[in-house]
Design a protein around this ligand. Structure first.
Ligand SMILES: [Zn+2]
Length: 136
């Protein structure tokens, strides 16, 4: 699959990392907005409106979803080994790891499990615990 930039989506580690970060951000914003469960139509419309625009072509997000599924399968011990994975898969999984690291650094989790809007927040958005000092 070729992207608009003329590179193979599967081999564009930087592009995939960006797409994955955006998917993580979207999931975070949905969760931080109270989730979709039981949300009214107007709440859901507001959440959709606040979602940042995706910056890349759809092929990147399709590939990113595939990598997330692949990583989940591996974490569940489905039995992928390095020999089974192609080079593109390995490259994609590395991009996923970097995207996750960046996301977790920017949205540190409280001891209650809630991720925060940024690492400069001084109080947990869910349980109200105070964070001390700089968090970097
Ligand atoms: Zn908390």
């Amino acid at each position: 699959m070729m992207s608009a930039r003329g590179v193979h989506v599967e081999r564009d580690a930087e592009g995939l990392k960006i797409a994955l970060r955006e998917i993580f951000e979207e999931a975070f914003l949905r969760e931080a907005s109270g989730g979709m469960d039981g949300a009214t139509a107007s709440t859901m419309a507001r959440i959709a409106e606040e979602m940042p625009q995706r910056s890349l072509s759809p092929g990147y997000y399709t590939r990113a979803e595939y990598l997330l599924d692949l990583a989940t399968a591996i974490e569940c011990g489905v039995g992928y080994s390095a020999e089974v994975l192609g080079r593109d898969d390995a490259l994609g999984l590395q991009a996923l790891k970097r995207a996750r690291n960046e996301f977790e650094r920017d949205h540190p989790a409280c001891s209650c499990g809630a991720r925060q809007h940024s690492r400069f927040i001084s109080q947990c958005r869910r349980c109200g615990a105070k964070f001390q000092g700089s968090r970097d």
